[in-house]
Design a protein around this ligand. Sequence first.
Ligand SMILES: [Fe+2]
Length: 235
Amino acid sequence: MIYITGDLHGDIDIAKLLDENFMQHVTADDYVIICGDFGLIWKTYEDETEKEWLDFLEEAPYTTLFIDGNHENFYRLYHDYPTVFINGGLAHQIRPSIYHLMRGQIFTIEHKTFFTMGGATSIDRFLRIEGKSWWARELPNETEYKQALINLMKHHNHVDYVLTHCLPTSLQSRLPKYTLPDDLTEFLERISHILHFKKWYCGHYHLDTTLEGRYRVLYNDIISIENEIYTDDIE
Ligand SMILES: [Fe+2]
């Protein structure tokens, strides 16, 4: 099974993964995908808290996969971990069973394809310190955008699922907050019109809802992509 959930923010919102019902169901064959703001690679070095939670995920039966949000230490993410090729795409290997799915990649997991495009703008950037609590790499660079388009072209713009941290501009503007567009939401807007996909999963907005039937915004919900029924459209 493939499970998906929203932001962890390090240990702040990780309690959802301790849910008894969830813990009882997951097995070694399962994957848990975090839609950005993983946040367990955040401080200048792996301290005791980060180590404990990364060890917890490593010891959990499932494989943990995450895309990046805006609250990650991008310096560490890109410098401290080896880049590996898994399931058809590039990832950073954090632990033997924890991977950061890089941007603009297409992964095949349980015979389903996933396009990944992490990143988002920190709206409170002016309160943050570059290299300590904010990194310019929170938004993709030109190479990552290009890589995304090339990989999508190779797949004839067909994937089963999309994994992002933020939404395309037009959908984001319908949510109660975080409505300012940026290069990434504009890029996602463009590809949302050319891409054939079943479902689009994102985090970032700290709410659980569905837009237009197939854009699933996740925060505390942990859903299995096989079983979810999409009915809670906020429109
Ligand atoms: Fe977040």
